[in-house]
Design a protein around this ligand. Structure first.
Ligand code: NAP
Length: 282
């Protein structure tokens, strides 16, 4: 029988996950279907019960349900528990287990442009202190080669302080204001935007003035719509290495796929599908 997988969120209409996962199932000859489910917040509990009753084998979770889903699970992976959000659920013989693959997916994509062995020599600046920032911060902290220091800049500095304070892994880190972050750029090797600033339709906005960015620094934006934000374009012009959010999206999906099926999908093919859809949208 065809196995059911999916995505739950609200809204989910523009998600690229169904195209990416259904193509991967087909390539590996797995009889499965991935469906996006737009769940009305008032029906959330009932919808989850329904998916469980249908025997769904696994699903991704997106905004606004990454926290709400946790109380409906039988087990939560320690990293997801620390992050406080779940983006991937596996049905293991009727037990629903939650994971967070956002942080690991991001770090995998970052390591395509940064040598893993050199991570411990890098000063990292993360902009934002929301769910994505937390997943990335905690995953960077859990690397064998931890960064030399992680600065966390947020519009609301108290949220950055709280995020660092709640991290279960010891790591050299400091919460800073956006103003201070601008000055810090001259000693930072990797800058990561985890805010939604610059995302479609607000494509003229930028999360941080890059005037002081070092030549050769990696400037990374987890936004992938547009593919090249105004901020990334400016980074390239300033001599930095621009890194967009497509890699994170693909890798978080590939990690979920592996957990569900035990098989590694072709991430190059996934990237082609995603880029085809994003370029089509332009
Ligand atoms: P979130 O929890 O709502 O956090 C949003 C963060 O952005 C907060 O730190 C917030 O600051 C900051 N922010 C929002 N508007 C701002 C503004 N105008 N000026 C300055 N700071 C602002 O959201 P999230 O779940 O972390 O997601 C953030 C972004 O990551 C979204 O664009 C999402 O699409 C993207 N994302 C991408 C991937 C991928 O696969 N590439 C995966 C997950 C998320 P305050 O704390 O001060 O409010």
């Amino acid at each position: 029988m065809t196995q059911l997988f999916g995505l739950i969120g609200h809204p989910v209409g523009h998600s690229l996950s169904p195209a990416m996962h259904n193509d991967a199932f087909q390539r590996l000859g797995i009889d499965a279907h991935y469906q996006a489910f737009d769940i009305d917040p008032a029906q959330f509990g009932t919808a989850i019960q329904g998916l469980k009753a249908l025997g769904i084998k696994g699903f991704n979770v997106t905004i606004p349900y990454k926290v709400d889903i946790m109380e409906h699970l039988d087990e939560i992976d320690p990293l997801a528990q620390a992050i406080g959000a779940v983006n991937t659920v596996c049905n293991v013989e009727g037990r629903y287990v939650g994971y967070n693959t956002d942080g690991e997916g991001y770090v995998k994509s970052l390591l395509q442009v940064v040598n893993e062995k050199e991570l411990s020599a890098k000063n990292v600046l993360i902009i934002g202190a929301g769910g994505a920032a937390k997943a990335i911060f905690y995953t960077l902290a859990s690397q064998i080669e931890q960064p030399n220091v992680i600065y966390l800049a947020n519009r609301t500095v108290q949220k950055a302080e709280a995020l660092i304070g709640a991290c279960p892994i010891e790591v050299k880190a400091e919460a800073v204001s956006l103003l201070h972050a601008k000055e810090l750029l001259q000693e930072v090797d990797i800058v990561i935007n985890t805010t939604s600033v610059g995302m479609h339709p607000n494509i003229d906005e930028e999360p941080l003035d890059l005037q002081r960015v070092q030549e050769g620094a990696v400037v990374s934006d987890i936004i992938y719509n547009p593919l090249e934000t105004k901020w990334l374009k400016n980074a390239g012009q300033a001599g930095a290495v621009a890194h967009n959010g497509v890699g994170m999206f693909i890798m978080q999906g590939a990690l979920a796929f592996e957990k569900w099926t035990g098989r590694a999908p072709d991430t190059k093919a996934m990237e082609e599908i995603v880029l085809k859809h994003l370029n089509h949208k332009k």
